[in-house]
Design a protein around this ligand. Structure first.
Ligand code: SF4
Length: 348
């Protein structure tokens, strides 16, 4: 995700360098010309038939919907690239201070091949990923696996302490570790937001979020989607462009309740909203809209009047609003909740 964050692939392409994603999900979205849909499962929005068509179109494979066959197609496509590539670039799930080690945890073995086959291995990792001791992995590896994919431990866990040494057969000749700040130090200075740097990118808050589940990952247009994305993106990239994201939440706190590192995500979303309000990033239309909403909601008469009017307009415009492939506007019930409640009370 760190390379997504700095648009590394795009930069390489601009400089004539070919980049091949080795994670199966990432490879699928790369072929489709899309961004990852989810922090942990980047191609979860594609079904087997769509993936089969992509492999047929871009890799020249025979059309298939069989999961095992699709995996074998990706495998044979990638296998040669591991051996012939000049540089393998990976991220890291953790970096260990006392051992000076990089830790990668994955299920496909692609990370291990990427870092060991090419001559040079480059790690791009956020500075917040530092753990003090190697023994901390006893907690963090199962924590990440359980929250991310529901496993007790992921399939491949690698601890790398440097390039190949004298007398060793495997590993790259050179290894570089790039520590990425990209707004993290600034976030660390903010007392309330510091906790967001504890995120281990497990994706649990996305899975629990009713907004993410409804609108999907691509709607955010961000590297990090869902609740954690709506906390981090405005902080990293600026409130002026991303002030709408903290409002993509019902504040139900489902995200906070599932976060394995106890980040109070819903409170941080409110903090972001407060910052937006204070810096007037949301603009006057939003302010007037909220004032109008407050004025309406504080009077039964006004609420009934506006809701009646809205229903009339809604009925008139519904045929036009429901057009289009992606949106289906639900039909409103004939009676409002207040009207139904009145009838219920009378019948009691
Ligand atoms: S904020 Fe918590 S739940 Fe969300 S991805 Fe990060 S660690 Fe997981």
């Amino acid at each position: 995700m760190t390379t997504e964050e700095i648009e590394f692939n795009e930069l390489c392409k601009e400089n004539g360098i070919e980049v091949l994603e080795s994670d199966l999900g990432e490879l699928i979205v790369q072929l489709a010309g899309e961004k990852p849909y989810h922090l942990v499962t980047p191609a979860m929005h594609k079904n087997r038939a769509e993936i089969g068509q992509l492999f047929h179109k871009y890799l020249g494979a025979p059309v298939t919907e069989d999961a095992a066959e699709l995996t074998m197609i990706a495998r044979s496509h990638l296998r040669n690239a591991y051996i012939t590539s000049d540089i393998g670039v990976t991220g890291a799930n953790f970096i260990i201070a006392d051992e000076g080690a990089v830790v990668m945890t994955e299920n496909e073995g692609n990370g291990r091949l990427t870092m060991s086959c090419p001559v040079t291995h480059v790690v791009i990792v956020g500075i917040e990923k530092v753990l003090p001791r190697l023994s901390d992995l006893a907690l963090f590896l199962p924590l990440l696996a359980t929250s991310g994919t529901g496993q007790q431990l992921t399939g491949y866990n690698s601890i790398i302490r440097g390039p190949r040494q004298k007398g060793e057969n495997d590993g790259p000749e050179n290894m570089y570790v790039i520590l990425l700040d990209n707004g993290r130090s600034e976030l660390y200075q903010k007392d309330r937001f510091r906790q967001a740097l504890g995120c281990i990118r497990c994706g649990s808050c996305l899975n629990a979020c009713p907004v993410y589940r409804t609108i999907g990952g691509h709607t955010y247009h961000t590297t990090y989607q869902g609740p954690i994305g709506s906390v981090l993106t405005p902080q990293f990239l600026g409130m002026d462009q991303w002030h709408h994201l903290p409002y993509a939440s019902s504040l139900c706190a489902a995200c906070s309740s599932v976060c394995p590192v106890n980040i109070n995500l819903h409170e941080l979303l409110l903090e972001n909203r407060w910052e937006i309000y204070q810096t007037k990033q949301s603009g006057s239309a939003w302010k007037w809209g909220l004032n109008l909403w407050a004025w309406t909601m504080t009077s039964r008469f006004r609420l009934n009047f506006i809701s009646g009017l809205t229903r009339l307009i809604y009925r008139f415009f519904l045929p036009f609003l429901s057009k289009g492939k992606r949106k289906r506007i639900p039909v409103l019930p004939v009676k409002t909740f207040a009207e139904t409640w009145k009838i219920y009370e009378k019948q009691k």
